[in-house]
Design a protein around this ligand. Structure first.
Ligand SMILES: [Fe+2]
Ligand SMILES: [Fe+2]
Length: 182
């Protein structure tokens, strides 16, 4: 889709640059997710590791899709990519060090933010780019399934659940905000 979007009205198709930013932040988010799970897996090499590995595989699939889309549409990754390598891993490792349930609490918080994020993007796309919209909604379903799985694994019984949730959600929203702009 090309055209002049500078005079956008509510309900108008989003500009190409907006879609490029969507892909950039989504790629960053899925990459961050793989780093979180890697951090958790390195700490928890047993116990809940099977569940985490299962979720990590989904994130790898999501990431691969965005890598393909970035390449095909010539969208550069976020400049903060190196930061997410470290920050994602640190978040995963830190929550895992607090315990298996804290690791699950981290997943619940991240997935709740991502659920809203993909939902908002899908709404923003509207009728524009139906293939991308479908992918976002399908990924959103996967993230909701991760949240539910983490709850079944005892996330909400984690000590300090509210604090972990608040910190992780704030961090995730900040990461989204930054990756959309940089
Ligand atoms: Fe994902
Ligand atoms: Fe996920």
């Amino acid at each position: 889709m090309t055209g002049d979007f500078s005079r956008g009205l509510p309900g108008d198709p989003p500009p190409a640059e907006t879609i490029a930013r969507m892909l950039r932040v989504d790629h960053a988010g899925e990459y961050g997710a793989t780093r979180i799970y890697q951090g958790q897996l390195d700490v928890l090499g047993h116990g809940r590791a099977g569940v985490i590995r299962q979720m990590a595989e989904t994130e790898n699939r999501h990431l691969a899709r965005f890598e393909t889309l970035l390449g095909a549409r010539r969208v550069r990754p976020t400049l903060l990519h190196p930061l997410w390598t470290v920050a994602g891993y640190a978040l995963g490792a830190a929550t895992a060090l607090l315990g298996e349930r804290a690791a699950m609490a981290c997943t619940v918080a991240v997935e709740e933010v991502i659920d809203e994020h993909y939902q908002r993007q899908a709404e923003q796309l509207g009728e524009e780019d139906p293939a991308l919209r479908e992918a976002l909604l399908s990924f959103r379903d996967d993230e909701i399934a991760h949240r539910d799985l983490a709850i079944r694994e005892g996330a909400e019984e984690s000590s300090g659940y509210d604090l972990i949730s608040a910190v992780v959600k704030t961090g995730s929203r900040l990461a989204i905000w930054l990756s959309t702009r940089l």
